[in-house]
Design a binder for this molecule. Structure first.
Ligand code: X90
Length: 279
């Protein structure tokens, strides 16, 4: 498999623009506010987008990549391995599957597998790490597909959000649930459910309580010190504090901290912290 041309793909909700050591594409999502389209690619001015959204009074929304966008990302690879944001909240996975069928018609000898993460952001990053590890181990395409399906059963996403208003505005959560969160200093701690939807678990007053709840939830879900990816929306302080909490209890924990890019920043909103981990 290592002699073939391998392409790794994900949509931009993975919050990565490159993946070291591999030919990788993040297919951009879009955030749309009236006539303005913010493309979630490396050219996006993220502070400018958030400022524009704050000032924009009309309805905003998002759009997932088209079948053509996916086909462009597949390029002319012999083997394509990918992961998308949850099919429970986005048409992204569906578009990737239509693209897969079209690609295989044109390239009958190619092999393509795109996984529905039933999640997003840092959990997708863990899946990408696992693809990289399995490729380096020299496994066959079929072995990789089997292993990644198994692996994705033990990865999880939990998060602390300060607002759910863009989720509610786009019909991706009920308005009643959203209303309870907009209150001053209230954080929602939730997880990606087994169906790939947003499942609120706790309402917490303040970040400190939210972080304690995040750690407790992680442990309940089986966390024992495995790799962690943290993604925040303009809240590096919270990410650093949470990283310190993890390191205090799990000395050798391997963790990364990065900024949410366009799509995750739009939905997770300012102040958010997303945590991808192994259970
Ligand atoms: O337009 C589209 O197709 C994109 C829709 C994406 C909706 C979900 C975005 C989630 C971003 C927010 C916090 C974590 C919630 C995870 C629930 C699975 C991240």
């Amino acid at each position: 498999m290592n002699t073939k041309k391998i392409k790794l793909v994900a949509d931009s909700s993975i919050n990565l623009q490159t993946y070291e050591g591999f030919d990788f594409s993040a297919v951009p999502m879009k955030v749309i506010a009236g006539d303005t389209e913010y493309v979630d690619d490396p050219a996006l001015d993220l502070p400018g987008m958030l400022k524009g959204l704050r000032e924009y009074k009309g309805k905003s929304g998002t759009a997932c990549p088209s079948v053509g966008d996916w086909l462009n990302a597949f390029g002319d690879a012999d083997v394509v391995l990918g992961v998308t944001i949850t099919s429970g909240l986005s048409g992204c996975y569906n578009a990737s599957q239509v693209a897969t069928r079209e690609y295989l018609k044109k390239h009958p000898d190619a092999k393509v597998f795109v996984l529905d993460s039933l999640s997003t952001g840092p959990e997708m990053h863990l899946i990408m790490d696992k693809y990289a590890e399995l490729i380096r181990q020299g496994l066959s395409f079929e072995e990789i597909v089997e292993a990644i399906k198994q692996y994705s059963k033990k990865t999880h996403l939990i998060f602390s959000l300060a607002s759910l208003s863009n989720f509610a505005k786009n019909g991706r959560i009920s308005p009643a649930v959203a209303a309870a969160v907009g209150l001053l200093n209230i954080r929602i701690v939730g997880k990606a459910s087994d169906e790939g939807t947003l499942e609120p678990m706790h309402k917490c007053r303040g970040e400190k309580r939210a972080m304690a709840q995040l750690l407790q939830s992680m442990e309940k879900m089986g966390f024992r010190g495995g790799p962690v990816h943290l993604c925040h929306t303009y809240n590096p302080e919270m990410a650093d504090k949470f990283a310190a909490m993890l390191r205090e209890k799990y000395e050798n924990v391997k963790l990364t901290i990065r900024q949410n890019l366009g799509l995750c920043s739009y939905y997770a909103e300012e102040g958010a912290l997303l945590v991808g981990f192994e259970g």
